[in-house]
Design a protein around this ligand. Structure first.
Ligand code: GUN
Length: 296
């Protein structure tokens, strides 16, 4: 009896992010040798959410690795929206800070949209502002939304063709699914379908996808029966699942049932170690671009 062996290529986001970081180090060293200003990233963290603290710690570590200056700004979760806005204004006007981010989620009494829109677009290195969302269709954008840019870069560095391909993005969020769909259309020349919570029968679309991307945050959402044989599968979902069986009491889970889906996929990203490290690499690249534009 013939046994079917499917081999897939693991898309190693950690490795690609390390390559990007070493490219950034070269540029930083060159700027240092020329006596130019070094990039400075500020990180605003409100409250003490465990996952946010972990993500922010990764961002600080990345800044240290590439030789960026960084400033951590922490506030209690009782801070008013008005006070946080004032602080953002202060950072907007601080000439030494080239780029900054406000770590999400924010407490319920603070409007994410109001806070995001307060960030100066040329310092918005997450690429969350409406301005930078719109810059996806610009011929010469300064800053791209970080996670979608990271996904595009992974596809590019693994020579995965998007032009003319059918891509299904599951998840239409303002910060990930929506900008990524636009990037795949505008820059990737793909035919894109976005599935969201109102889509009836997601599987009807996903089973035809040459490239299937999930950005929902629901572990186990994408099962093998939803995937075409030989598809490229990109998992952006990152959910912190707690339980005594995990080291440290929690594990990060993607949207994709990795074991079953990898048997059908040609390329697949793991969680962790896939898209996550690329978001941080994109954040560094955006910060470097912001610095180069402010201080050529
Ligand atoms: N929370 C989860 N991911 C992100 C991110 O990429 N940027 C910010 N600012 N907050 C997040």
């Amino acid at each position: 009896m013939a046994t079917e062996t499917t081999t897939y290529t693991l898309i190693d986001g950690k490795k690609v992010a390390a390559q990007i970081k070493s490219e950034i180090v070269e540029t930083v060293n060159k700027r240092k040798a020329e006596g130019k200003k070094l990039p400075h990233l500020a990180i605003i963290l409100v409250g003490d959410d465990g996952a946010s603290q972990t993500y922010v710690a990764h961002k600080v570590k990345a800044c240290k690795e590439v030789g960026f200056h960084y400033t951590m700004m922490r506030f209690a979760d009782t801070i008013s929206q008005e006070k946080l806005m004032k602080h953002i204004d202060h950072v907007n006007n601080d000439d030494d800070v080239d780029g900054f981010i406000v770590q999400l989620p924010l407490p319920d009494h603070i409007s994410v949209e109001k806070i995001t829109e307060k960030i100066r677009p040329d310092k918005d290195v997450d690429g969350f502002t409406n301005h930078n969302f719109g810059s996806i269709v610009s011929k010469n954008p300064l800053i791209m939304p970080a996670t979608p840019f990271g996904v595009m870069e992974l596809l590019r560095r693994y020579n995965i063709e998007t032009e003319g391909k059918y891509v299904v993005v599951v998840g239409a969020s303002r910060l990930t699914g929506a900008p990524l769909s636009m990037m795949l259309t505008e820059q990737g020349h793909a035919t894109v379908t976005i599935c969201h919570k109102y889509t009836q029968d997601i599987k009807k679309y996903t089973t035809h996808a040459d490239i299937l991307i999930s950005a929902v945050g629901k572990p186990g959402l994408i099962t093998a029966d939803m995937v075409k044989e030989g598809a490229v599968v990109i998992d952006i979902g990152t959910t912190r699942v707690e339980g005594p069986q995990f080291k440290n009491g929690f594990a990060l889970k993607g949207d994709v049932d990795f074991n079953a889906v990898s048997a059908k996929a040609s390329f697949i990203t793991p969680v962790p170690g896939g898209v996550g490290p690329m978001t941080i690499a994109s954040l560094l690249l955006n910060t470097l671009r912001a610095t180069e534009s402010r201080n050529p």
